[in-house]
Design a protein around this ligand. Structure first.
Ligand code: DOR
Ligand code: ZN
Length: 347
């Protein structure tokens, strides 16, 4: 197969930031995706319905008219989030989920939840309203090795949480381990998972062997090959419970190429092409559309997109760093050749 046309994908996990960064990056997602779940880890974070509405307006303004792109907003849970706020969020048509960051787990998570097992009223409200909980699934316990933090989170936090809340709907975001794949499979329809392109493409050697490559540093961190293999199987799994979430996370070049570099891979400029390359290498291009364009809408109870995206096996060079105000942002794999080129078809 050297060309295929699929329903337009959605990105079920995207960081757009704010201000000039937002203005510089949002167009890349809009060129490929119909909708995206927008992460709320701004500084300060998006913790209320009012803030989510205002952030949505800024995204729409940055997109300009006729972009055809719909931002699906989320709220950032803190220790102070109340059940009433969850009920308000569930009643707001533009809010589609709430995000649980264990405090200190990742970029701008300082205001997250210090004890995810101590937010029972919030979890009860999510259960009643059906609003999904999106989970950054890593423990922050400094005695737990960074490569084990996801597996330990499942054991210590996620499994007991799901047991206590049988109607809670959860997406395990950016899963990276065989344990996460097995756990998602062990649960019913109310648990889904997103998978990034970078975790499907690379294991930790890409980041650490032959030199330390900061653009491969993301959280959860890249794992060993056997985990990547489990993710590949999950991505083509016919269960429909695994779907595309790029976790595209732009940072200024200097903040990544630093003695203490930030976590995040800016994959948005070629996200769908990267997934196509992975599915092609697996001989599973026939499964691509379910992963990018069908499974996510089904989990979120939304219609699939009407537009179509054409993918051609035509090499392209991943764009050079882009300008954002006084900064530059380096796309993941910038300057390297990839196999596929995507173009959105006219309506
Ligand atoms: O690599 C990551 N970058 N992982 C996250 O969880 C957050 C994200 C960011 O906001 O930069
Ligand atoms: Zn993220």
């Amino acid at each position: 197969m050297s060309e295929l046309t699929i329903r337009q994908p959605d990105d079920w996990h995207l960081h757009l930031r704010d201000g000039t960064m937002l203005e510089s990056v949002v167009g890349f997602s809009a060129r490929q995706c119909g909708r995206a779940i927008i992460m709320p880890n701004l500084v300060p974070p998006v913790t209320s319905v009012t803030e989510a509405r205002a952030y949505r307006d800024r995204i729409l303004a940055a997109l300009g008219p006729d972009s055809g792109f719909t931002p699906l907003m989320t709220l950032y849970l803190t220790d102070r989030t109340t059940a009433t706020e969850i009920e308000q969020a569930a009643a707001e048509p533009h809010i589609h989920a709430v995000k649980l960051y264990p405090a200190g787990a990742t970029t701008n998570s300082e205001n997250g939840v210090t004890d995810p097992l101590a937010i029972e009223p919030v979890l009860g409200a999510l259960e009643r309203t059906g609003l999904p909980l999106l989970v950054h699934g890593e423990v922050v316990d400094p005695t737990v090795d960074i490569f084990d933090r996801e597996a330990v989170f499942i054991e210590r936090v996620l499994a007991p949480m799901l047991e206590r809340h049988p109607d809670l709907r959860v997406v395990m975001e950016h899963i990276t381990t065989a344990q996460a794949v097995a756990f998602v499979r062990s649960q019913g329809e109310r648990l889904g998972a997103t998978i990034t392109a970078h975790h499907l493409m690379f294991n930790r050697n890409a980041m650490l062997a032959g030199g330390i490559r900061p653009h491969y540093y993301c959280l959860p961190i890249l794992k060993r090959e056997k985990h990547r293999e489990a993710l590949l199987e999950a991505a083509i799994d016919p269960s429909g419970r695994f779907f595309m979430g790029t976790d595209s996370a732009p940072h200024p070049k200097g903040a990544k190429e630093s003695a203490c570099g930030c976590a995040g891979a800016f994959t948005a400029p070629v996200a769908v092409e990267l997934y196509a390359q992975v599915f092609d290498q697996l001989g599973a291009l026939d499964r691509l559309e379910a992963f990018t364009s069908l499974n996510g809408p089904r989990f979120y109870g939304l219609p699939v997109n009407e537009r179509r995206l054409k993918l051609e096996r035509r090499p392209q060079v991943v764009p050079e760093p882009i300008t954002a105000g006084n900064d530059h942002v380096v796309p993941f794999l910038s300057g390297e050749s990839i196999d596929w080129t995507a173009s959105l078809l006219d309506e």
